[in-house]
Structure formats: structure tokens, C-alpha cells
Design a protein around this ligand. Sequence first.
Ligand SMILES: *Cc1c(COP(=O)(O)O)cnc(C)c1O
Length: 374
Amino acid sequence: MASEISTRKVPFVDLGAQYRSIQDEIEPAISGVLERCDFILGDSVAQFEEEMAAYCEAGFAVGVDSGTSALELALMAVGIEAGDEVITAANTFIASALAISYVGATPVLVDIDPNTYQMDPNLLEAAISARTKAIMPVHLYGQPADMAAVTAIARRHGLKIIEDASQAHGARSAGRRVGALGDVGAFSLYPAKNLGAYGDAGVLVTNDQDVADKLRLLRNYGSTRKYHHEVRGFNRRLDTLQAAVLRVKLAHLDSWNSARRNHAEAYSRILAERVAAVETPQSAAGTEPVYHVYVIRHDDRDGLQRHLTAHGIATVIHYPMPIHLQPAYADLGYGVGSFPVTEDYANRILSLPMYAELEHRDLEYVCDAVASFT
Ligand SMILES: *Cc1c(COP(=O)(O)O)cnc(C)c1O
């Protein structure tokens, strides 16, 4: 193995490999838009929305310009306003909290379940106040949050549910696709997501016609008829070029997700056989995860990461500094010790290379390198 150390490289994701596998489909899709010149809310946007709604087994889909916009417009469309509180998970990408702040509401955080990494529903009731209006579960790492428990609590307290499904395109919970399990679901379509555009993009799904109508207004200056403005909306539309790319990619998503699941199973099997010091991911019963990332835990995470880097293996930490310890959120009043599981895991988690095109011999090389550290 020593001879390989300096030469072999395993990237964290390989967008080029994916592009080469679909290049023949992407190029005509893009040139079709260039020929039609329907750059703004063109045919491909409506077609992608129809296909994404069907894929998510939802009534409606609305394309927007990023995942963060999707979350912000979702909150507005279900009536979240200044002064409200929205509960989300302590371990998530900062955009989940930022979107809540953008509408003038306050993000209230709860710690995660130590086995699944998802919002711990046992902590929800204690976080609910008279100002709480909604819960935003995040299907982090491509693992569905415990939607049965979240939904039961939301119903009991009359709260809306906005799913942040930005890492879980195609995942299932109790047989149903995530995104359409609450009032509205938001997906980032950032390039490296399981379904990613060639630039920024996002999409929302809902079964509620009123919510879908509001989203269409909000993303397009508050207008459905040109130069008539019902509300003060935004310019947050999904680009037609991106929609054309996304239509091509959506048709491959299930096969890419199943490749990711196969890689995850192989990682977990090989690591369990060979490396006692590593904790591998666990999924909740009745879920079908899509492994946006494959996260392990190790007590000497920084040492392991340096060791893998020396072997040419790229890794990432999702996330190294929890939201409540970020300077941007110092004013929430949390501190060290507020969310013990999230804080402990921030020091021990490490995401290994994961993408559909990952070759099995590269995966074995990563496992060999992890094993040679411990
Ligand atoms: C990627 C991501 C977002 C933000 O999406 P953008 O498209 O980058 O705005 C929000 N929430 C989660 C959980 C994400 O992973």
C-alpha cells in the first residue's frame, strides 16, 4: 500500500464522472433551450416541475433559484412571520436556520438522536412555546427524520411542517418520498446534491394547492399575470437552462441513489469487519436513505482525516461548528453544552467519499486506509 500513497487520489465527489456519463443527453437539452430562447420560466421549468412532483408523489412542484430560497419561500407560504419561532435541528447546514431568520422568525434548535443524526423528537415538546408556529425537520445526510413522531407532535400543537429535504432527494420514510410528508418540502439542487443543477437551483413540493399558488407568486414578483402584482414577491425563479439539465438528471436519480446505497452497504460491511474503532451510519426502521454523504465517527477524527489526506483521500466534516456556536447566531443565547450530542459529534464525525460513480476498488482503498490508521 505504501507505494500507492503518493499517487492514488479519491475525490470526495466527482461531478465530472457524472457529466461524462450523461453528456449525450445534456448537450441537446441545453441547445434546445438556446434554440427556443425561453430562458425565463420556459417550457423546461414547467416540465421539470411536473416530473419532480410525480417523482416525489406530490401534487405540485415549484422551481426556484436555490435551496435557501426554497426554504425561505416555504416559510412565507405557510404564514410564518416576524416574531414566530420555528424549531429545527441543531446539526444542519446553516441555511436551514438562515431561512427562518430571513422571514423575521427565530430558529429554536433541538439536539439530534445519537443513532440516526436526525432531530430528536423526544426533545420537541420542551422546545415548543406560545410563539412556535412550525417545525422544520432536516433529512440530514440523506436519512429521513422521524416523520411519524414529528407529525404527531405538530398535529397536537397545531404547527406547520416544512421539510428541509436538501440532502434527501428520493429518500423514503414508511414507503413515501420525503418532501411531501408535511405542509411543504424544500430541496436544494446545488451541483453536489443527489439531484444537482449546473449552478444554483432549488425546488419545492407540496400537496396543498394554496401553498403552491403562493409559492408561484412569491418567486415571480408576486405576479402570475405580467405587470399585475398581488403581493410583494421576489425574483427567485428556477432558470430554464438549469431545469433542462435537471430533467435529464431526474431520470437517473433512482439509479444513482441505489448506487449510493450499495456503496454505503459495502463501506459499512468492510469497515465493520476490519475497524472496530469506527462507528458506521444507522438508518431508522422503515426508512430508505439516499446517502447524500456517508458519515462515520472516530475518537481521533482529526488524526484519521490527516491520515486519509496523506493517502490522497478527500473527506469533509458535516459540520465542524454547530449553528448555535457560530458567531452569526451568538444572539440566540445558546452556548457550549446546549446541545451535547451535536457538539460531541462535531468533533468525531467524518464524511468519506460518496458519489454514484465511486468505483469499488476506490472504496476498498478508502477502507484499507481507514483500517491502516486504527
Ligand atoms: C444545501 C443545503 C441547503 C441550502 O441549499 P442552497 O441551494 O445551497 O441554497 C439547505 N439545507 C440543507 C440541509 C442543505 O444541505
